[in-house]
Design a binder for this molecule. Sequence first.
Ligand SMILES: [Ca+2]
Length: 409
Amino acid sequence: MWNNQVDICVLIFCGLFFVLAAGKVPTKPQSNSWRDLIFGGKWFSSSPRLRESKFLPIFAFVPIGPSSCSAPSGEFGNCIPSKDCLVRNGIPAGPCGGGYGVCCIFLQTCGGIIRENSTYFVNPNHPDVYDGTGSCQVTVQKLHPDICQLRLDLDMFSIAPPEAANHLCNQDQLLISGGSPTPTICGSSTGDHMYIDAGLGQSNPIVLSIITSGSFPRLWRIRVTQIHCGSISRADQGCLQYYTAISGRVRSFNYNTVGGRQLSNQDYSICIRNERNFCGIQYNACPDLENNRSRAFTISGNSNNPVPTMVGGGGGGGVAVPTGSGCISDWLLIGCIRSADRIPPLPGCEDRVCGGTFSAEAGMLARTVQSSVRPFRLYFHTDGVEAPNDIDNRGFCLDYVQQPCTSGY
Ligand SMILES: [Ca+2]
């Protein structure tokens, strides 16, 4: 941030200097953008006469600014002078900043070291698929001791799926070491994200590994963003996933209503930032356009048949309970959930939910679920066993909407 501020100051100073030195103070004080403000719109004209101006080469040495840009291939980059991009081992991906910088993207693959913010960890041969075996890892070095978290955006993520019986990631895995514990994932999770606690100091690098075995057309592009301890982008402590909108969608890794398999051995939190003036939250199972009976919430039971909602831990306090009577092995936990459409609301509430129908009540009817326990969090747990009782579970996908404090929450 400090360097960016310095860059901006240098930029403003040089811009004003040259504008003044040229004796051509912009005649239009109302500027449309910061570039116009600093340079006057004429500096960004593409006319050949101005491009040949004796002043212009100077700008090649001045950072264009801290702006981000996007490459034609979809990656985000930094808009910096072409020379800087090459020195930093970036890849120039087209002009930006009115043509005076390049959109510089940073990619690393097996064996690489990430030293730039917003670097992508990509598969070998990217953007083509990779069908090799072994361990492909990159090491993430903190840009600054004051980096507290990493955010991983799985822009593209398709590696071999878990095996069919117990949904274990036996063939391929994404493993993260050196930070907070993260679940091992596999299969397809394009669009999902993770936050990794990066710990204190600069000594412990975080290593991202993708372990592959057997043949599969793998493709991955994971954006690694470094987050300062004081940043407003920082996720709450302990949140593997963090959402900051009044409404949105949360789902398990490798979720897909057609062929997705709920991953085993998961244990993590999904957090939704409590927006100002919102006191409660409602959840609904996502639409499932592919199946006659929705599989948007299939956490336990044989999903090839209709499976009711199950609620509660069902542990029986040490007393033997019938198999499948509660959410013992695989469950989603949301604090004190109730059906939203009961008037008046039911007096009791539940925490754990599982089965094959999303509701806060046992039964075959999917319902809107509400909670006013803050902070808004979901805890997802699966054990290492599926067969023979749990078959073809897809995991969960829920749409959430925060509820204003005025509507009874
Ligand atoms: Ca299980």
